[in-house]
Design a protein around this ligand. Structure first.
Ligand code: KG4
Ligand code: ZN
Length: 343
């Protein structure tokens, strides 16, 4: 079965084609294409929703043509179309949903709305070394920070989540006030490599709270206070501040993930979402998990941030598990705010 997937929840337009067959446990990615709007939004210091929507409109069909050409298949061969139904920017989501439903109607193919975070969660299944259920998932994106127990496709139990900012937001907001531009996570992480992570004692929010929740808003304030205190010296100490910020975020993510593994008794961790690309986070998790005999799985680096492959994959896996029925009604609605698990 061929599943075409569209992702347009924020600032990346992604299109992908996956193929599943009864003989394969995991669907195969045939082709995917991505257009990042980062350069366009950079001038504004963050994502401008209206510009994002318009750019998705411009990119989505040429990207679809590229995917079909690379896979060597025609649109008529597609069996189901998946699209990101939420959460995300309403206007941006409507582009993907509208295109998916219009294309579905034109081709006579059913469509299926997918939860963006389920896409991230299942994205490690696109790697050469896919995980096996059950596992603990650490979902760390620009908008979400969650620890989940995952027993199968669609079987997600929340163990803990952020009570304010997401980890990616902490990276982005700290980077912004250090003048590192948008999106700040990768830039802050690059700068941190030249700094001393112990240079500044920044808070580790909720580290000892006894639960699996996170809080990053206070950390951002502490970074701001430190930056103000440094005044003229900020420029010279920026790498140290970046390294200290990264160390604080990573330490909390690692410790809480280890606690989640202990509490569930599971021996497998899956890390997904944009912050999962962070090298420091990967190195720390790899070290701690190896010591405990825990296997860690990540999506391939280029599939950590938003992409169409994870949406096509999630649609394909939901269909294979019998959890979802695609529809031919084409009366779509998007869900800008949507909790994973709330169908
Ligand atoms: O999953 P994603 O692409 O989009 C959302 O669904 O939100 O995640 C984007 C987030 C941004 O906050 C970005 O700064 C962060 O992931 N990010 C990183 C790195 N690469 C992306 N944060 C830290 N280190 C990185 N290498
Ligand atoms: Zn995402």
């Amino acid at each position: 079965m061929l599943v075409l997937g569209f992702e347009s929840s924020c600032d990346e337009t992604g299109v992908a084609l996956v193929e599943s067959s009864a003989s394969q446990a995991v669907p195969r990615l045939l082709a995917h294409a991505l257009h990042s709007q980062v350069a366009m939004h950079q001038a504004y210091g963050g994502v401008v929703p209206e510009l994002a929507s318009r750019d998705h409109i411009r990119r989505v069909l040429p990207l679809t043509d590229a995917v079909m050409a690379e896979a060597g298949r025609s649109l008529e061969a597609v069996d189901v179309i998946g699209y990101t139904r939420g959460p995300g920017l309403a206007g941006a989501l409507l582009v993907g949903a509208g295109v998916a439903c219009a294309m579905g109607a034109a081709l006579g193919v059913p469509v299926l709305g997918i939860h963006h975070l389920e896409g991230h969660l299942l994205s490690p299944f696109l790697s050469d070394d896919p995980p096996e259920f059950p596992f603990v998932a650490l979902l760390v994106s620009g908008g979400h920070t969650q620890l989940m127990r995952v027993d199968g496709v669609g079987r997600y139990a929340m163990l803990g989540e952020t009570i304010d900012d997401a980890a990616g937001e902490a990276f982005d907001k700290s980077a912004k006030l250090m003048g590192l531009g948008y999106p700040g996570g990768p830039a802050l992480s690059r700068l941190a490599e030249q700094g001393d992570p112990k240079a500044f004692a920044l808070p580790r929010p909720l580290l000892r709270s006894g639960d699996l929740d996170f809080s990053f808003a206070g950390l951002k304030t502490a970074v701001l206070t430190q930056a103000k205190k440094l005044g003229d010296q900020l420029e010279a100490r920026k790498a140290d501040l970046a390294a200290s910020t990264e160390a604080a975020i990573v330490e909390v993510l690692v410790k809480k993930s280890l606690t989640a593994l202990e509490r569930t008794g599971l021996q497998r961790l899956v890390v997904a979402g944009g912050v999962g690309a962070n090298r420091h986070l990967r190195a720390q998790l790899n070290g701690e998990c190896a010591r405990r005999g825990v296997r860690v799985h990540y999506p391939e680096l280029h599939l950590c941030t938003d992409n169409g492959a994870m949406i096509a994959m999630a649609a394909s896996m939901r269909l294979a598990s019998g959890l979802s029925e695609p529809t031919r009604t084409y009366a779509f609605d998007v869900r800008p705010r949507w909790t994973l698990g709330d169908a």
